[in-house]
Design a protein. Structure first.
Lengths: 70, 173
């Protein structure tokens, strides 16, 4: 989760690509219930938010992330 | 062993899970079999990575653990469906996922490097300015105070002079 004051896209600022294998960074954009956070909350630009949602779903398929918090 | 694309072929990435019933060496042989399947269908494996045993986020067919393995390969034509079917039918693999990966050309890599350098320099300058700010926070406090004191002194002198002037004027009247 990014700070509310800094509304800069994490991926644009650091010139990173969204990777579904990198669960540590993906975890920042998921809440306690393992739900994908909305773009307003994450501060990620809409282009990267779309990639992010896809990446999280892909990592769920491969059991890198769980779909629920239990 | 490169992550870049060779020619006009599409670049793919495959990640698959080998169940925990195998030992680590057996899991490695299974992943080499997968490599064979790709190569039989005219694919060129350009990158291999064996992640080892990892805990799955949820159980898949009563397996809590699995061996992850990652390949990147170039493939032309429509053999992808064959590979996919082959892996889907095999019982040695719990799950697999094939993804089209945008391969980076050398130009893109150079561009990335440029941007990375820019970001690093920006971060360095920001840190420097922060340090300067912290230094200023201690030093300038004293100088500003002394300035204020001086100003008040000057003001007092002016006031005295003005007062004297006024008083003398009143005396005259």
């Amino acid at each position: 989760m990014t700070n509310k004051k800094t509304k800069e896209c994490y991926f644009c600022v650091n010139n990173l690509e969204v990777d579904y294998k990198d669960t540590r960074t993906l975890r920042r954009f998921i809440n306690f219930y393992m739900k994908i956070l909305p773009g307003q909350r994450t501060g990620v630009c809409s282009w990267h938010q779309r990639k992010l949602a896809n990446a999280i779903k892909r990592s769920r398929v491969m059991a890198l992330l769980s779909a629920t918090h239990k | 062993m490169s992550k870049t694309k060779n020619s006009g072929a599409t670049h793919y990435e495959i990640l698959f899970i080998v169940p925990n019933k195998f030992t680590e060496d057996e899991a490695k042989t299974v992943s080499s079999q997968v490599e064979k399947v790709i190569e039989e269908n005219d694919g060129k494996v350009t990158f291999r990575e064996f992640w080892g045993k990892k805990k799955l986020a949820y159980e898949i067919k009563h397996n809590a653990y699995g061996y992850y393995s990652l390949f990147e390969f170039d493939l032309e034509g429509e053999n992808l469906a064959k590979i996919d079917k082959n892996l889907r039918l095999s019982t040695d693999i719990l799950r697999h996922q094939i993804i089209v990966k945008k391969a980076k050309s050398e130009k893109d890599l150079a561009h990335d490097k440029l941007i990375r350098a820019k970001i690093d320099s920006k971060k360095a300058t920001e840190e420097k300015s922060k340090e300067e700010k912290t230094k200023k926070a201690f030093a300038p406090a004293a100088t500003s105070k002394s300035k204020e004191v001086k100003e008040t002194k000057v003001d007092l002198k002016d006031l005295d002079e003005k007062l004297e002037g006024i008083l003398s004027a009143k005396d005259l009247i």
